[in-house]
Design a protein around this ligand. Structure first.
Ligand code: SAH
Ligand code: SF4
Length: 358
């Protein structure tokens, strides 16, 4: 029986070595292959000037109908913010699924924002991806390929600049696709490959409690961001249905455990929605809830989406919310929306394309 073809981008360095060894090629050739794939982002391995054994292996094993393929998603749409600092891509995977990847460049920092799933099962009411529902998990190679794409675009548009930061804040819930995400991040942070430092990689979760605890237990070196949006069970579960599975109380307990085990600061994301979670009372409850946790709160005004009637909190409410948290001793930033003119919210480019097609 023929086995399904595998993506070379799914493989870590050791696995590339093992694959070559199994095919009778000296594994020391893995360095050149890995370098081409991960460091240089090569998509046409057949055109490379590899040593003869590796060249032969590529000819025999990589390509249409062979054992291995490359993840090289096509760009199905692309938009830029008017200041050119945010570029958003809808990338088409091999099976036709489309996911979003964003390249941002502010304050001299270049950051890729990638997706971990096609769609999302968590159903947050304000999120365009949640409104689509879950389609499938992305493979590690599909996550790696998004970073390679963002880096290619950065090199083409701003030669000499390096992609140093990565956030898993695109479509999907990373901790619902734990194994593939961690495998992808191992590949992305490998210094002989893309080499983004683990402390510059953030995993953002809606609060998948077992995943948070696993990150801590395994000592995963990445940063953790937790999307909270509510200061008590009722407020949160109205916005985040996953809260019914993992209650706010359980989530906060998991954050405390995470902080105790890792000693690391947690970043809390808070989408500010007028009349839903932007009042001074909510801010005070939030400060009490987080007491004793080493945390940083990021306030972000809602990006309106088609399937949700809520509106962004006003600027005055945002600054007041921030003031209360700061006064209670929590670092807190109130980010004005950036790249708003490019439908920068999670899943919105895909949602707009679907809407246009109707
Ligand atoms: N599933 C993960 C990561 C992807 S969503 C999570 O929920 O954390 C990344 C961030 O975008 C989350 O903080 C989420 O709450 C926020 N977000 C989603 N839709 C938004 C919208 N319409 N406006 C503002 N923030 C939004
Ligand atoms: Fe999924 Fe995150 Fe969107 Fe919620 S906010 S639906 S968890 S992608």
């Amino acid at each position: 029986m023929a086995t399904a073809a595998r993506s070379l981008h799914d493989l870590g360095f050791r696995e590339v070595e093992a694959v070559l060894r199994a095919d009778g090629v000296n594994p020391h050739h893995a360095k050149a292959l890995w370098r081409a794939l991960q460091r240089e982002g090569e998509l046409d391995l057949a055109a490379r000037d590899f040593s003869p054994p590796l060249k032969r292996w590529v000819e025999e094993q990589v390509g249409e109908g062979r054992a291995f393929f490359l993840d090289a998603p096509a760009v199905s749409s692309e938009i830029h913010s008017s200041d050119g600092l945010t570029r958003k891509f809808l990338l088409r995977q091999q099976d036709g699924q489309e996911t979003e990847t964003v390249l941002m460049g502010y304050d001299g920092r270049h950051t890729a924002c990638v997706s971990s799933q096609a769609g999302c099962a968590m159903g947050c009411v304000f999120c365009a991806t949640g409104q689509m529902g879950f389609v499938r998990h992305l493979r590690p190679g599909e996550i790696v390929a998004q970073v390679l794409h963002a880096r290619r675009v950065l090199q083409a548009t701003q030669p000499g600049k390096r992609l140093r930061n990565l956030v898993l804040m695109g479509m999907g819930e990373p901790l619902h696709n734990y194994d593939s995400v961690i495998r992808a991040l191992d590949i992305i942070s490998n210094v002989r490959g893309i080499g983004i430092g683990p402390s510059r990689i953030s995993i953002s979760t809606v609060g998948v409690v077992p995943g948070i605890l696993r990150l801590a237990e395994e000592g995963q070196p990445y940063r953790l961001a937790v999307s909270l949006h509510g200061s008590n069970e009722a407020e949160r579960s109205a916005l985040v249905p996953a809260s019914k599975k993992w209650s706010l109380a359980e989530l906060i307990a998991a954050c405390r455990t995470y902080g105790e085990i890792t000693g690391k600061r947690i970043f809390f994301e808070w989408t500010l929605i007028a009349g839903k979670n932007d009042s001074p009372d909510t801010a005070r409850r939030l400060a009490a809830l987080l007491a004793g946790i080493d945390g940083h709160v990021n306030l972000i005004p809602l990006n309106p989406t088609g399937g949700f009637s809520g509106v962004p909190a006003g600027e005055a409410a945002g600054y007041e919310f921030q003031r209360i948290l700061l006064e209670a001793g929590f670092p807190c930033t109130f980010r004005q929306r950036r790249g708003i003119d490019v439908a920068a919210g999670c899943g919105q480019l895909k949602a707009e394309k679907v809407a246009r097609a109707r």
